[in-house]
Write a protein that binds this ligand. Sequence first.
Ligand SMILES: [Zn+2]
Length: 345
Amino acid sequence: MIRSPTIMPTAISKLNKTELHRHLDCSMRFKTMLTIAQEAQMIFPATEKEQRDFFLVTSPMDNLGIALSKFQKAQKLLFSEQILEDLAFATIQEASLENTKLLELRYSPTFIQDGHSHLSWDQIHQAFLRGIEKAQKAYTIAVGLIVIIQRTLPREVAESLIDFVINHKNTVIGIDLADNEDGFQAKPFEKIFQKAKSAGLSITVHAGEIPTQQSILNIEDSIRFLGANRIGHGIQAIHSPSVLKLLRDENIPLEVCPTSNYLTQVVPKLTGHPLRSLFNEGILLTINTDDPGLFDYTLSDELKVVHDILGFSESELKLFQKIGFEKSFIDKNKKSQFNPFFEDL
Ligand SMILES: [Zn+2]
């Protein structure tokens, strides 16, 4: 394996960063999880080791399905508007403290509402907006919110969720299609994603995450039919010269999350991650944490992995930040104020 010259961890923490793929509803830190679980008198294990096993995914799972089912435990903690507001604030505060200047957060109203029917989609959305507004006043950071449509939703729920997003488009920068691709194709979402696109929303789609033929096809369908401006993960593109060409021709970046791919075992070993091969193919790449609360790490940790294990140089890390800035869905006027943080990279 090629190793880049060592850079100090402080160089990574000082780097002005962008992050485009972070699930806000999977960003709660372990300490906060414990506090909320205790206050709500939930039943959970007694020792720290068991508690970490219960709430977090810090070692490789057998597959993505098992990892997603673990997420349900932390989801149970998202039961009040105050918790959601505080989560948004804390997530942005933490990002700002590691020098993230531009941050896109995504959340799934239906995931949060599951078992919490006392919370309406609007209450969930407004709670996050309050946290975001408060944090943007306190810190120098541009934040945008993406709403997730779960690919497992019944059609009529997905349709009303799209209408909800369109009605709130002044406070949403885009939509995403997420959840396990296994058995759920992207193509059936063509009509509702095109409706959102026509309403002015940007599109990203989780596609090409798991190692199947269908997931490679999902990348192509997401671009050709759903109007995707970016692809979440997309790493399976490496197996298809025609999909690689499509990504290049359309200038569509991938939101790559290497540690997530390893923990959910869509790549068996971090050293075997296709990030370098995708880079060599001329694909636009950004580096992201996906679910930092549940995976118990930060964007700086992720960039350190990309440097130390995947062999990317400091200037390549900077390039990823610049691509993230250019490809962010955040409004151009708002974004341009943050130009100075990225023009020298
Ligand atoms: Zn994701």
